[in-house]
Design a protein around this ligand. Structure first.
Ligand code: CA
Length: 229
């Protein structure tokens, strides 16, 4: 499985619903991580850094609305798209869901095909490279389909790890990534790699980005990690 496979967090208390969602999302090529309740969801969002969240409104204890509100209040998680699922079809509920910060709202019983289309649409916005789009940052252009990178219109030679690192940075310019988050995203969670390896590849990426001159666009954030710009 590709390390940069998008991760979907499914938050649903009913096991059968959770299974259906997981089955269909995995069939679409996503990595799925699951929570049975709101508390678990809030822990998993920090541990797994999902790219998108499918969140049921009706959950025991902490409701989906409250989970959504908390995720959208925190700067670290605010940009993660949330698709809210609800059996409540009333217009007022839909509005309430979207006002809490949900990016989309789907009424149960939903069509799986429609839900998958909505997941992909949200993901295109949040993770353009995973959707095969072109990314630009200042004079750097990355084509995720052809795996070509140019800077100031000159082709750059990049190793596969450096390419994935750059993709991660270019999807969210300005975001600070910790070494652990970069390991998860670029190397994958199942592989044991020392965090110092990240530093080595960051060094290579910096060199590659400056191979035809230009300034170093990567910033080391002391005690936190790395950011682009
Ligand atoms: Ca439920």
């Amino acid at each position: 499985m590709a390390a940069d496979q998008p991760t979907v967090l499914v938050v649903e208390d009913e096991a059968a619903q959770r299974e259906v969602l997981t089955y269909n999302l995995e069939a679409e090529g996503f990595r799925v991580t699951r929570a049975e309740n709101g508390e678990e969801a809030l822990v998993l969002i920090d541990e797994e850094s999902p790219d998108i969240i499918v969140l049921d409104w009706m959950l025991p204890n902490v409701s989906g609305i409250e989970v959504c509100r908390q995720i959208k209040t925190r700067p670290e998680t605010r940009s993660v798209p949330i698709i809210m699922l609800s059996a409540r079809s009333e217009e007022v509920d839909r509005v309430r869901g979207l006002e809490t910060g949900a990016d989309d709202y789907v009424v149960k019983p939903y069509s799986v095909i429609e839900l998958m289309a909505r997941v992909r649409a949200q993901l295109r916005r949040a993770r353009p490279a995973a959707a095969g789009l072109r990314l630009e940052y200042e004079d750097i252009v990355l084509d995720s389909e052809t795996h070509r990178v140019t800077r100031n219109s000159k082709a750059l030679k990049l190793g596969p790890t450096e390419f994935r690192l750059l993709t991660t940075f270019m999807e969210k310019p300005g975001r600070v990534w910790s070494r652990e988050q970069l390991l998860d995203r670029v190397w994958g969670r199942d592989i044991y790699v020392d965090t110092r390896t990240v530093d080595v590849h960051i060094g290579r990426l910096r060199k590659a980005l400056c191979q035809h001159g230009g300034n170093d666009p990567l910033r080391t954030v002391r005690g936190a990690g790395y950011a682009l710009g």
